[in-house]
Design a protein around this ligand. Structure first.
Ligand code: NAD
Length: 485
């Protein structure tokens, strides 16, 4: 019997599902059981061509609609997503393995927020009038044209919406390629947009690995590429886009610091560290995986952290009581287990977890290492799994320098009751998305993105509009033209 997660076809182009079984089969594995639940096929060159030419053709008319009309469609799509939140959350859980307890509140809902927010902004995208005596300049905020979105596997619905919603609000068309690991959810976003009244072809989904992503990025018709992925992929995609002078948004990896001063509320700080390391089993780019704890509260912090981490419920992700799911794939599980071994070998002190859980699926116990030093592999490299490194520090000056000593710069957090210090520390940290006495909140109203190797551009908020539109400036002369000859 066909599994309910099996989509009608692999791709969604020009308002309908499209199949081409000549493409390499991509198995979809449910991470909680290891069972294959669906198959899609990577896009063939013919499918890539169909998606790009369709999107290109649909874009002009879409951009000519008023912002109010485009916005209404996006907001209708948001309502449909919220009505179907339960089914979409179940699908997200099949796609990623993340527990339903999370997907019910963090995925389709977050996608709907983006559709609603950018739907609301669509009608407000205007230019300026700049008086110059008798003459004047006016500016127009125009769409970029054809945009490509490429997703990572941790938030397949959210990533499709965080890219699709601002792109469409500005009058662009999009071809979106989900991660080959989680191909299912973006198809539903495409389906819902059509149902909400989006013209066929403005949001298309094609499946495939890096090769398909590469074909999209290098196509001369494409004006912009927005990638969520790892730093090595980001470097390749950025370089390929630069070749064609295309706009880019790069949402890449991190190894973010979370700094806890000894005046912090311990339970809140522990809660922040848990949210910043164990949500989605640690598969979150902005995670605060280097937890710097001031020496005075170190043992108290570790004791409370171990106690609360022991309350994680590993189990069937479809059971709403489960609060901690598996790694997305067996491969990702093995990568993370390799890092845990490195932590042990390099002398970090294991506080809890540290191994694969004794159950079906790709579960790793939530793991905390203490006495981690700056040079250890687990403190330097992005692990993308449930492995928290706790490091000690004495002074503010020292911890800021150590926190910044990394190629990454996605996020940073600080817990302290001293508000002057909180703002000073955040001001000195090299990171794009920061938190004070909190961690990993990502409301659509707030800009999201990194500095240094963690990325270029911002998603969400009014900032995202700047990255999906461009300004045309028009000089208007009222009098005669003076010329030298
Ligand atoms: P990845 O870099 O392996 O793949 C990301 C996407 O890029 C996939 O869809 C993949 O098929 C595609 N791709 C790979 N090579 C390509 C190429 N040469 N040209 C075009 N496309 C190509 O990342 P992943 O393993 O799917 O996701 C995990 C990574 O993503 C982590 O580093 C994580 O930190 C990062 N991430 C960042 C954010 C953020 O917003 N900053 C969010 C989620 C994940």
């Amino acid at each position: 019997m066909t599994h309910p997660a099996q989509p009608k076809a692999s791709h969604f182009i020009n308002g309908e599902y499209v199949e081409d079984t000549a493409g390499t089969p991509i198995p979809v594995i449910y991470a909680a059981t290891g069972e294959q639940i669906a198959t899609v096929h990577a896009a063939t060159p013919a499918i890539v061509e169909q998606a790009l030419s369709t999107a290109k053709a649909a874009q002009t008319a879409w951009a000519r609609m008023t912002g109010t009309e485009r916005g209404r469609i996006l907001r209708r799509a948001a309502d449909i997503m919220r009505e179907r939140n339960h089914d979409l959350s179940v699908l997200e859980t099949y796609d990623t393995g993340k527990p339903l307890q999370e997907t019910l509140v963090a995925d389709a809902t977050s996608g709907a927020d983006a559709l609603e927010y950018f739907g609301g902004l669509a009608a407000s995208l205007t230019g300026e009038h700049i008086p110059l005596g008798e003459d004047w300049v006016y500016t127009k905020r125009e769409a970029l044209g054809l945009c490509v979105g490429i997703g990572a596997w941790n938030y397949p619905t959210q990533i499709a919406c965080w890219k699709g919603a601002p792109a469409l609000a500005c009058g662009n068309a999009m071809v979106f390629k989900p991660s080959e690991t989680t191909p299912l959810c973006a198809l539903k976003v495409a389906e819902i947009l059509i149902e909400a009244g989006a013209p066929a072809g403005v949001f298309n989904v094609v499946q495939g690995m890096g090769e398909v992503g590469g074909a999209l990025v290098t196509d001369p018709r494409v004006d912009k590429v927005s990638l969520t992925g790892s730093v090595p992929t980001g470097k390749k995609v950025y370089a390929a886009a630069a070749e064609g002078m295309k706009h880019v948004t790069m949402e890449l990896g991190g190894k973010s610091p979370l700094i806890i001063f000894d005046d912090a509320d311990i339970d809140n700080a522990v809660g922040g560290a848990i949210n910043g390391n164990f949500y989605s089993s640690g598969q979150v780019c902005s995670n605060g995986t280097r937890v710097f704890v001031q020496k005075g509260i170190k043992e108290k912090f570790l004791a409370r952290l171990a106690e609360r981490t022991g309350n994680a419920i590993l189990g069937d992700p479809m059971d709403e009581a489960t609060s901690f799911g598996p790694m997305v794939t067996e491969n990702q599980m093995n990568i993370v287990l390799g890092y845990i071994e490195k932590g042990k070998e390099e002398g970090a002190r294991l506080i809890c977890g540290g191994k694969r859980a004794d159950m079906d699926g790709y579960f790793i116990e939530p793991t905390v290492f203490a006495d981690v030093t700056d040079d250890m592999t687990i403190a330097r490299e992005e692990i993308f799994g449930p492995v928290m490194s706790v490091l000690d520090f004495d002074t503010e000056e020292e911890v800021v320098a150590r926190a910044n000593d990394t190629e990454f710069g996605l996020s940073a957090g600080v817990f302290t009751k001293d508000f002057t210090r909180a703002h000073r520390v955040i001001g000195n940290l090299e990171a794009g998305s920061c938190f004070i006495n909190s961690y990993n909140d990502a409301p659509v109203e707030a800009p999201f993105g990194g500095v240094k190797a963690s990325g270029v551009g911002r998603e969400n908020s009014k900032e995202a509009i700047k990255h999906f539109s461009q300004v045309k400036s028009v000089y208007v002369r009222m009098g005669d033209v003076e010329a030298a000859f």
